[in-house]
Design a binder for this molecule. Sequence first.
Ligand SMILES: C[S@@+](CC[C@H](N)C(=O)[O-])C[C@H]1O[C@@H](n2cnc3c(N)ncnc32)[C@H](O)[C@@H]1O
Length: 214
Amino acid sequence: MKKPTYYRGLFVSRWLPPMYDLWVSIGVLGNTKALRRKILQFIPKNPKIIIDLACGTGEAALLLKKEYPNSRVLASDLSEGMLKQIQRKAVKQNIEIEISLQDAVHTSYSSNIADTVIISFAIHDLPHTQRLLVMKEAYRLLKKGGVFIIYEYHMPQFPLFRLPIYIQFFLVENKEAWGIFTEPLQEELSQIGFTQTKKRTFFKGLAQIVAGIK
Ligand SMILES: C[S@@+](CC[C@H](N)C(=O)[O-])C[C@H]1O[C@@H](n2cnc3c(N)ncnc32)[C@H](O)[C@@H]1O
């Protein structure tokens, strides 16, 4: 599949997909489980269909399928290498997830099917205009009453706690990614049509979840 011009070669490199989980684990000092489980409090009861956009190696998708075994979990990403990793883990853990190569900006999923759409630690990788398109795509995919969850980096208020963000962003992120710290995600979701939007921060303000209901 042709990648958009802004798409980072890093994600389709040979080394990143197999190393990605280790990289995250080092970044969060081994607290991967705690990091991932934060999303659970935003998931509506008994979700039938959950969509994980830009799923990477699928940590969120795998967790959600384990927590909600009766749901269908659809996970997609633009990196064949990342999808290979989720496939490998799903087989190893005997978990059934529907995996596909897709651009989060316009997927081939049908409209109004999902109880939850999530995008975690990925929206900052897109330019601002594309971020808005992903939010619109999530709106299209959700059933009425469904929840959209954006999990992202966040700039802590207390300067000392900002160090991990500076390290991560100076080392690996592109320039436009910094925009995530000032982007009014809640307002943008409201403008698209989401209601009851909320924002919570975690881990001393290093991460945020912004959610809204269709
Ligand atoms: C930093 S990783 C995050 C992966 C995963 N969601 C997580 O929580 O660990 C960013 C992912 O976004 C994917 N990505 C970037 N732009 C995309 C797009 N337009 N459509 C689908 N996936 C995209 C990359 O391939 C990569 O796997």
